[in-house]
Design a protein around this ligand. Sequence first.
Ligand SMILES: Nc1ncnc2c1ncn2[C@@H]1O[C@H](COP(=O)(O)OP(=O)(O)OP(=O)(O)O)[C@@H](O)[C@H]1O
Ligand SMILES: [Mg+2]
Length: 207
Amino acid sequence: MFMDGSMDKLPDKEKKKFFGNIYQKATKLNVIISDILRASEVDTDEFVIDPKTARPAQLEEILISVHKDLKELADEKQIELKLFLLKKKTSPILTNADFLEQAIYNLVDNAIKYTSKGGVSLSLEQQKDLLKVEVKDTGIGIPQKDQVKIFDKFSRAGNAVNMYADGSGLGLFIVKKIVEAHSGGKVSFESKEGQGTTFTIIIKAAQ
Ligand SMILES: Nc1ncnc2c1ncn2[C@@H]1O[C@H](COP(=O)(O)OP(=O)(O)OP(=O)(O)O)[C@@H](O)[C@H]1O
Ligand SMILES: [Mg+2]
């Protein structure tokens, strides 16, 4: 419409709607491209968080940053996004904080996307030298039959596709690769269709 000049004839309100659509699609494409790049970056057996290049980080800071970035998305959907931290500072971990933040972001992003009522909570606990990050939602859940493949590339459950058509199915693949790139890092979940899902990340404290 820009090219053939027909955009010029539209009233401002209509123009704004088109600009909005173009902006939204461009943003979505940007997310898809960065997911594909990140997925190929982490998709090798050699991908590990090398203790030599890793830096000490506080999980509290990473969780606060994810909470801040996704609060608006939750507010727009009128979903409560709660953050639970311990009063006492947890032990530092050795990580690449950008990668780990992306993993936690992906989990919270899913929790908000696949929840239409209720809330999402993001919490941090420490048991001895293990740090536990939990992302809990009251959303659509993952159907039993889809659970075994859910960390595979491009894997999406039918109920999620119906709710949100544009996902690429790369988010959880990236989460698993990043978490398991930490020595002793683990990610797991429990989910009931129609009731909700809890994802848990375990990372070892720095020695
Ligand atoms: N919190 C959740 N509640 C319900 N289903 C979930 C949740 N998290 C993940 N899923 C299921 O796992 C699938 C894979 O998630 P993943 O984040 O990899 O991809 P996606 O959200 O579909 O797309 P994107 O790559 O854009 O994040 C989802 O499509 C959905 O079926
Ligand atoms: Mg996702």
